[in-house]
Design a protein around this ligand. Structure first.
Ligand SMILES: [Fe+2]
Ligand SMILES: [Fe+2]
Length: 146
């Protein structure tokens, strides 16, 4: 099937924090499962997967924000509000999918969802990585204390 954007994990996506990279990989995995469900036209599964993706994303954003603040990242608040906007957008995309659940309209909706993840990983998160690199922040020092 054409028209669905697939996203593959690349090493260049890594921010060097295992928990964050794992989340990003998992989110990409669910997006690819969504693609497979669309190819099979299994829209019930697709909606379930969208819900799973949104839960993962919400959980991921909270986790990532803890690292942003632990690193005293100057753009932490801005990055967190960007996450908030992305979650609102994801909810809207899911609603559109629920209401326009036909393959031709689904591809546009799905591509919005992929853009949403690309925005987070390749935009804001890579800026955070650059900050950590420039300031030589030891990633391990950011790990939550138990
Ligand atoms: Fe982020
Ligand atoms: Fe992220």
């Amino acid at each position: 099937m054409t028209g669905f954007r697939r996203l593959e994990w690349r090493d260049s996506f890594s921010v060097g924090i295992a928990a964050i990279d794992d989340d990003h990989r998992r989110m990409i995995g669910v997006l690819n499962e969504i693609t497979a469900s669309l190819v099979k036209k299994d829209y019930v599964l697709c909606e379930e997967l969208f819900d799973r993706f949104i839960t993962l994303a919400a959980d991921h954003f909270l986790r990532e924000e803890r690292y942003l603040y632990a690193a005293n990242y100057p753009k932490a608040a801005e990055h967190a509000s960007h996450h908030g906007r992305l979650l609102v957008m994801a909810g809207q995309v899911r609603e559109r999918c629920r209401n326009l659940i036909k393959a031709d309209q689904m591809s546009e909706c799905f591509n919005d969802m992929v853009s949403f993840l690309v925005d987070d990983i390749l935009g804001a998160d890579i800026q955070f990585k650059s900050y950590l690199d420039e300031h030589r922040v030891d990633r391990l020092s950011l790990e939550p204390k138990i």
